[in-house]
Structures are given as structure tokens and as C-alpha cells.
Design a protein around this ligand. Structure first.
Ligand code: SF4
Length: 262
């Protein structure tokens, strides 16, 4: 069984070696994808977005120190089960119908791993009775592959949420483990979505002053404004939440946050 071996950190620890996230995406796809099938860890309806039927994907191309996702992010070969696009759609439809909701979502780890699977699933959704599909992504592969954004933009029920991780290349490496050169990829992904006419918005943890300095937030906002001013007006600003997996990853990274300050 393929494993992301010593080339890539499972989670960040002090002194880690920065990695190429596109190469890690490819390595992870060898584990979590087989043809148009890909691994999931679970399907259920959380309370976000006013309740939404969600498939949780297995494997990611970043190693964010604030990541809340299941340990399948770090050890994808040990977790999850394969679903074809049809099977994933049936799982989403089953839980959505049971909860009487008409919106679907893919979320953490990174749903854009496995392009054939995702596009196959989006086609099923497009032909279905469901109203909305939210695709959550870190934007790395949408920046590396401009065709990906064009393909996603074909589906009118899909809205993409691109979660930016940092406002400067140095902070991007410190928080995600990825090489500073790859900082540009999510912004390129945003440009690609914009040029393709896709429905999307941007999120960032810029509301958390413990985690993002004023200068870093300013740099991120200026970068977005240089692409399109509306991206700033629609920016979803979040804070880091103390999920158990987040606390554990922060501890491994040697980062301490004061939770009482929130
Ligand atoms: S926060 Fe998202 S992009 Fe970052 S490691 Fe977790 S799943 Fe991947």
C-alpha cells in the first residue's frame, strides 16, 4: 500500500522540512483515489449552513497546524473507505432525505483530491433535485490546474468556499508546512474561479488576532483586493476553534494559544 513516507511530515513539528503541496497531493491521491473512486471517512449532517448533508473526504495536501480534521488527514492509508461518484451521491442523498434538507457539501480534508471523482459527483448533483452543493477547498489544486476551475464552473449548483491559510509566504509555510513558493497557488485558484465565472467566496482565519498579525491580515486583504475588490467585501473571517485535533496538532507544532482570550 502506498504511503506518504518520510518525504512529507504527517503533522508539523519544530524543524520540519517544507514540502511541495502539489507533489503531496499526487502522493496522497495514490492512497485515497482508485480511478474515479476516492476515500471518505463519514457522511452526516452537521449544523453548519443551517444543516447540510456532508461527505468528509480523506487525505490532504497541506499540514495546517490549526486543522480540526480527523487523523485520516495525517494517516490516510489507515482510514476511510472508497466510494464511486454514484455511491457518494447516494450516501449524501440518503442522509439529506432523512434530515429533510436540500443542500449538500464536501468538506475536510481536501475534496479536490481525485478530480475524476469530484467532477463525477458534481454531475450527479447537477442532475438531481438538490438546490445547492458547497465545495470546501484550500485552493491548491485549483491554482495548479486552471482546467479544474473551468470544469467546476460548469455546474450551476456548486458554490466553492476557498479557505486561505495565511497572508504572507512565510506565514503560509509556518502554518501549513508547504514551501513559500506555493503561497501563490490558492490566489491563482481564486483567479481561475473568477475567470471561469464560478460561484465562490473566500474564507480566512483573519478574525483571530492570536494567529494572524495585523500586518498579515492587511497583506491578505490587499492581495485579495488586487484580484477583485468584491472578494474583500465577501471575505468570511474566522477564528481558530479549540477542537481536540486542533489542540493536538498545535501541541505537536509547539504553538500555544490562550483560549480564554476569545
Ligand atoms: S485545515 Fe484544511 S487544508 Fe489545512 S490541513 Fe486541514 S484539511 Fe487540509
Amino acid at each position: 500500500m502506498a504511503k506518504p513516507s518520510g518525504d512529507y511530515p504527517r503533522y508539523l513539528q519544530p524543524g520540519f522540512t517544507p514540502f511541495d503541496p502539489v507533489a503531496l497531493a499526487g502522493r496522497t491521491e495514490e492512497i485515497v483515489c482508485r480511478g474515479d473512486r476516492r476515500k471518505y471517512t463519514k457522511f452526516y449532517c452537521p449544523g453548519v449552513y443551517g444543516r447540510i448533508a456532508t461527505g468528509y473526504t480523506c487525505g490532504c495536501c497541506l499540514r495546517c497546524i490549526f486543522c480540526w480534521v480527523h487523523w485520516s488527514r495525517d494517516f490516510p492509508e489507515k482510514h476511510g473507505y472508497f466510494r464511486s461518484p454514484e455511491e457518494a451521491f447516494y450516501d449524501l442523498r440518503r442522509i439529506a432525505r432523512k434530515a429533510r434538507i436540500n443542500q449538500l457539501r464536501l468538506s475536510g480534508a481536501e475534496p479536490t483530491l481525485g478530480k475524476a471523482h469530484l467532477l463525477g459527483l458534481l454531475q450527479k448533483v447537477e442532475n438531481s433535485e438538490f438546490r445547492l452543493f458547497i465545495l470546501e477547498t484550500n485552493g491548491i489544486l485549483l491554482g495548479a490546474d486552471s482546467d479544474y476551475a473551468r470544469q467546476i464552473a460548469r455546474f450551476k449548483k456548486v458554490h466553492t468556499r476557498v479557505a486561505l491559510k495565511a497572508g504572507t509566504p512565510q506565514a503560509f509555510t509556518r502554518k501549513t508546512g508547504a514551501e513559500p513558493e506555493s503561497f501563490e497557488l490558492p490566489f491563482r485558484g481564486i483567479v481561475n474561479l473568477l475567470e471561469a465565472g464560478a460561484s465562490f467566496h473566500v474564507a480566512a482565519m483573519t478574525a483571530d488576532a492570536r494567529f494572524v498579525t495585523r500586518e498579515e491580515r492587511k497583506a491578505l486583504i490587499e492581495r485579495l483586493a488586487s484580484i477583485h475588490p468584491a472578494l474583500v467585501g465577501n471575505l468570511e473571517e474566522e477564528v481558530v476553534s479549540p477542537y481536540p485535533n486542533t489542540l493536538e496538532r498545535l501541541r505537536h507544532a509547539g504553538v500555544r494559544l490562550q483560549w480564554s482570550e476569545q
